[in-house]
Design a protein. Structure first.
Length: 256
């Protein structure tokens, strides 16, 4: 057994490194890390994908002593690289969730799901709606394939045996967080603008007709205003998300 391990130590090293980078990406990325997918299914998926990818990396030059503690730092570096891709998509989807929260707060519809409801996406109703829409667009655009392509390209840009992190990692993260908030503002802008206009109209009507219960009418008007504005702006939301998806992946690839 020891002879077998010593003979194929480099192959086990490559397998562990690929498993670390791929597993970190799948465990942090949206859709792949959803609660509806059991943990053992994700682990098996990572193992199968690692088995398929590793043979293509055997020709790489290791340049590291497999008996040293440096192996640990190589694994940590690859975990950070893989998780950075997953967190890139997570930051993007967080912007969608923030947009939904802003819409709900503006329309006074911030209803949270009960703790007993098994939902795959948490948050207010409009936030969950936008996130489901974002997931549908993500799959329809082949976002899962784009992520795997970016990860496979990273094996060429950053060799498996590296223990160095990309120099622009922190700068790229800060940039993506800023772009995520920008996406949230652009997604919520049509609904928030319509709600502001409807609130202004309700205020003028209540001043002209004091006998009208502006509070009860305002809730209903805000609800329908939010629904129809969100419905007619779905195409804009889909275009924005698709544009930012390509931008985030391109930014991450340029970091390598």
């Amino acid at each position: 057994m020891q002879n077998l391990l010593s003979l194929h130590a480099d192959k086990f090293f490559f397998f562990g490194i690929v498993f670390a980078r791929l597993g970190a990406m799948l465990m942090t990325a949206p859709l792949f890390s959803a609660k509806v997918i059991p943990l053992h299914v994700r682990i098996v998926s990572v193992f199968v994908l690692t088995t398929l990818i590793t043979p293509f990396q055997w020709q790489s030059n290791i340049g590291v002593d497999l008996n040293s503690h440096a192996v640990f730092f190589h694994i940590v570096a690859n975990v950070v690289i893989g998780s950075s891709l997953g967190l890139t998509m997570l930051i993007l989807f967080s912007g969608v969730q923030v947009a939904g929260s802003v819409i709900c707060r503006s329309g006074q519809m911030a209803l949270e799901p009960s703790g007993n409801d098994p939902v795959a996406i948490e948050g207010p109703a409009a936030g969950r709606t936008l996130q489901w829409l974002a997931l549908i667009i993500f799959v329809a655009m082949g976002g899962h394939r784009l992520m795997m392509t970016a990860l496979l390209d990273s094996f060429q840009s950053i060799p498996l045996a590296t223990h160095l992190l990309p120099e622009r990692l922190l700068q790229i993260v800060v940039h993506m967080v800023g772009e995520s908030f920008r996406l949230a503002i652009r997604m919520a802008a049509p609904v928030v603008t319509a709600l502001l206009a409807s609130t202004l109209v309700i205020g003028l009507v209540s001043r002209a007709l004091p006998q009208i219960n502006a509070f009860s009418i305002g809730l209903a008007v805000n609800l329908w205003t939010t629904f129809w504005t969100l419905f007619f702006s779905l195409a804009i939301v889909a275009y924005l998300f698709g544009d930012y998806l390509n931008s985030f992946l391109s930014t991450w690839s340029s970091m390598l």
